[in-house]
Design a protein around this ligand. Sequence first.
Ligand code: SF4
Length: 538
Amino acid sequence: MPTRLLLGNEALAQGALDAGLSGAYAYPGTPSTEITAYLLRSREAAAQEIVCAWTANEKTALEAALGVSYAGKRAMATMKHVGLNVAADAFINSALTGVEGGLIINVADDPSMHSSQNEQDSRVYLDLAMMPCLEPADQQEAYDAPAIAFALSEKYRMPVLIRTLTRLSHSRATVEVGEPISRNAFGLPEDPKRFILLPALARKAYQKLLDLQPALLQEAEESPFTNYFEGSDHSLGLIACGIAYHYLREVVGEDCPYPILKIGQYPMPEGLVERMMSSCEQVMLFEEGFPYLERRLRGFPARTSPEILGRLTGHLPRTGELNPRHVAKALGAELPAIREASTTPAPRPPALCPGCPHIDTSNALNAIIKESGENGRVFSDIGCYTLAALPPYNTVDTCVEMGASITMAKGAAAAGLHPAIALIGDSTFTHSGMTGLLDCINENANVTVVIVDNLTVAMTGGQNSSARNRLAQICEGLGVNPEHIRIIEPLPNKHDENVAIVREEVAYTGTSVIIAERECIQTARRKARAQKSAGGTS
Ligand code: SF4
């Protein structure tokens, strides 16, 4: 079989392409972004006319993929773990409607919060949606997962979650790739009523979902991603999920005396787990993210036989990514010698790039907050501008989740805080800020919304913003008084002018919007390089 050196994310994208993908939608977010970026630059995807697009948010991505599936084609929606919160309504309900063409939902979790505001474990959503899930352990399994998931999805007419992790998404390995298949046939569902979740129909759909659970359990028991390795010493049994299986193998080697259960598909393979539980004195779990299975195996009250060991008992750290050192410590084993890097890279804390337009916006806001005395606050959203929370700017007072800036500012303004300034990016505004602005208009909230329009989704690598230079029109359409939609250019030589505009809008009683418009310098440089190289080759 031909091989390719691929990132985990690229392997998954290539696997989906080779498995007959027709439509892929995503909202960018680390560590998931490269899946869609790979598809967008793939010549194979273009040649096969595979529809691939960045969407306004994760919910719209999943709904579009569900539409492709409804029309009988294989579809994929991709997001990071917190994006699944945004898409949760569609996610949970799509398990009830079911699918026509195979539907994969890729969710990349980020334990240790390398680039995220929390380390939630997407497997918890399985308890709500009751859909199957694959958890690839390595790049080869990431490549193989879409074909398995599409087949599973079409067999049971169910979406399938593929859970990946930062360490897998962003590391490379050689992957054997198979022959691509084409599955581009259009076909509508035989029973279109199952896509109508009116209560009477939804009750039937829910019962059907419950009835499917034993079959999904059986699939997990027999999954190619799940293996039981018998051992000679039953004083301890080891259960490892996804990538943690390789950390375990790195420590115990291939001749481990203890039984090992590798889990790569959910629902939890209860039969195999019971086999280990009934034959071992102690069972230790290695799972990235939450102690999801560990909690379930411990039960309430915690069972005493076999003793369950893991993150909850302190044998492994409760938070953050696992690694072979953690595994070795938990097992009281020696870690095989690892070649240490001869030099340790100097830490590089995140910071706004020199010359970034957000610096000038922050400086203007700081001037106004200083004038306002103790009460002024800047409610931020999630993007590069959140880095203005750090010295020397210290501009930002809050950052909770996508879209929270405007609505938090509205609530604080209602509580008497002034000035209440919301700071939000162009892409985040169209992701989930617009509805908050509509609430502000409806309540005539006394807030100043600053949309920092750098004309791109900068933080995730410069994807196109869905705002597409229409922010003023959108704000006016939502009801903002056009006289209080102001455009500023965040540049050092415009500081005084910009401060004056912010001061005027903060003094206005009502909802105003200031659009700080200047392109991200990294995106501008990338575009210039691309233009230069296009010019050089023509
Ligand atoms: S990537 Fe762009 S928006 Fe982000 S800090 Fe750098 S210049 Fe600013």
